[in-house]
Write a protein that binds this ligand. Sequence first.
Ligand SMILES: Cc1cc2nc3c(=O)[nH]c(=O)nc-3n(C[C@H](O)[C@H](O)[C@H](O)COP(=O)(O)OP(=O)(O)OC[C@H]3O[C@@H](n4cnc5c(N)ncnc54)[C@H](O)[C@@H]3O)c2cc1C
Length: 505
Amino acid sequence: MESKHQIEIERKYLVDLVGELPQPVVSDILQTYLLSDDGSVRRVRRRCGVLPDDRPRFFYTAKRRIAYDRSFEHEEEIDEARYTRLLAERDPQRGTVHKQRIVFSYRDQCFELDRFVSPALDHCLLEIEGAESADQVSLPPFLRVVADVTGSSDYSNANIALRVPQGFQLQEQVSLLPFNTFGIDALARRFAVLHSVDDYRSLLRSQLLSQMPFFVLGGGSNVVFTGDYQGLVVHPANRGIRLLDQRDGFCFVEAQAGEKWDDFVRYCIAFGWHGLENMVAIPGCVGAAPVQNVGAYGREAKDVIHRVHAFDIATGLERWFDASECGFAYRWSRFKGDLKNRYLIDRVVFRLESAFRPLLSYKALAAALAAGGNDSPSAAEVAAAVSSMRDSKLPDPKVIGSAGSFFKNPVVPLSQAQQLLHDYPSLVSFPVDARHTKLAAGWLIEQCGWKGRDQGRVGVYEKQALVLVNRGGCNGSEVRALADRIADDVRSRFGVSLECEAIFV
Ligand SMILES: Cc1cc2nc3c(=O)[nH]c(=O)nc-3n(C[C@H](O)[C@H](O)[C@H](O)COP(=O)(O)OP(=O)(O)OC[C@H]3O[C@@H](n4cnc5c(N)ncnc54)[C@H](O)[C@@H]3O)c2cc1C
């Protein structure tokens, strides 16, 4: 068994993944801090590879900081029995940190990247050992540095352990402002955050969902609150991504419901699991993706979802839905229909491809890549092209509140579409099947003169007429009033009914 004493010098950065990692090796780490009476930081660690045959290894470490960027460290490998005994000395203030360690080398340098599952961090933490503070560290291009946090106590693992959530707690009168991208200031009478599958079970055992109205809120990027919510808002925040199986050219990847969708897409690109690139940068969480069958640039979630795991709210029973049982259609699934409010989705398994085949059926995307002279783009390049196209026409929710496309593109009978095309030759439309055509709702709204127009504190985005935006402090009733006016105008001018994609709550 290994044992070592050393002075450890480390630089730490918060980073995002923005490309493919070269042959990453992943292990799963559970790290528990122990009580200490001599000022050192003591911990035990269980480390296990993620392949089915991988066996866990156990380590004990004692660290003493001697400068802001260096510490003296003693580490030894221990057996499972000693690990279990040491767990009895755990520091009650600190929870067990769960993280994925991703190791890769780039230009002869080894990098260790930690992705925190619990507590969840918004970015990965990159540690580079042995680099003096004066050294120039050159980071690989597939990592984007968000901040240099070398020496920051906020990002010491021992302090991160203070932030591990301890079971689900019911909060009262919680502001929903940070939980919806439209930026509507409403209150939830009760609010429960689910950090783990155990939290789902505890919530369902508590019977709270049968005692009051409830609403499941993911990233809040497809909802408009029309007032304070008088029931319980349930917010899935459980994180974790893992490869379950790789066979016949496919990778089966499981993601927990609280993973941010964009993080998940970028993680898959980094690991060479393909099929999600065109759906990069969609706000929201993984758990909501099957609900409305998210889609963009020619790809829909239904094309890559293998199965969905959910809790039956009435009975607490858990079950899988194969993709074929989800009733997927354009921005639709049974979770919005007959199963609405009946299931709480806690994780989704995706069937992705090991080999990358760019999907360029969306003409503007193909044209953008071709214009850059790129006729065989990599997955990361497709994602970058999609991201920049989205940036050019959609508001960034951190700057301008919106719910993305507010209306669905209406699907009309072919005969009606032909008549409209005759009357309005520039009408933008897409064939659906032999009898139906989809019309571009943005075009219809723009023709009614709404693009860039405001009504009080709500408006229509100047770069994309399909997007309603918060001009500052608007409420849900104002959004509804504007949506109704636009739909009325489109109906009276074109005889076409617009249906909201965003959900009023
Ligand atoms: C700027 C912008 C751009 C967008 N672009 C796109 C786009 O390109 N394509 C697209 O399809 N959408 C787009 N959207 C809409 C939105 O991002 C998606 O609909 C997204 O999937 C919503 O995820 P969410 O986690 O925010 O869900 P929420 O808005 O929180 O919830 C949406 C629905 O899903 C239900 N739900 C959420 N989580 C769960 C769960 N775990 N179990 C059961 N039910 C659940 C909710 O109850 C609700 O009914 C965009 C939105 C914005 C703001």
